[in-house]
Design a binder for this molecule. Sequence first.
Ligand code: 5GP
Length: 192
Amino acid sequence: MELLKERIRKDGVIKEGNVLKVDNFLNHQMDIELFNEIGREFKRRFADVKVDRILTIEASGIGIAAIAAQYFHVPVVFAKKSQSINLDGTMLSAPIESFTHKRRYEVIVASRFLNPGENVLILDDFLANGCAALGLCEIIEKAHANVAGIGIVIEKGFQCGGKMLREKGLRVESLAIVDGMDAETQTIRFRD
Ligand code: 5GP
């Protein structure tokens, strides 16, 4: 998606440790017009797939999924990162290792928001080692639902997540794939 690549080139800041900061338009301040184009593009790419529900993970996935859902006309559920007193009923959970925060935590979804046999599209902002996406797949599996696909805004193609998920036979659609980035020169290389 050219518009997205241009925006990453313009506003992305490459940090040490293979972290790309895009908090000017995606992770902190949100450019809703761009989100709208991202939602439209996800719908175009998954046009042939039956989607009953979108699943994402708090916090950065929520805005993206909420705007995209207006094209799919389905509800959005977001996995919570910590046990909350507001959660009641049966919970589905999976452990996740955070790439950016370097710690492990449980992600939780109330089972009443994922029905058996449903086709669930996973959407998230970044794909690095694939731990977050895999945790969401695990939750969908525990709900006896199906993974309809995985839509990612920015995949870091030089990390192993995309390869690992595709080798499992999962359909991964990434709107921009970064094949290399250099913190010193602030240069970024995209896959065509
Ligand atoms: P993974 O689980 O695939 O290793 O990492 C995906 C999660 O880590 C995403 O949900 C995202 O929040 C975060 N993440 C991974 N790499 C980056 C990055 O380079 N920049 C930002 N802003 N977040 C990242």
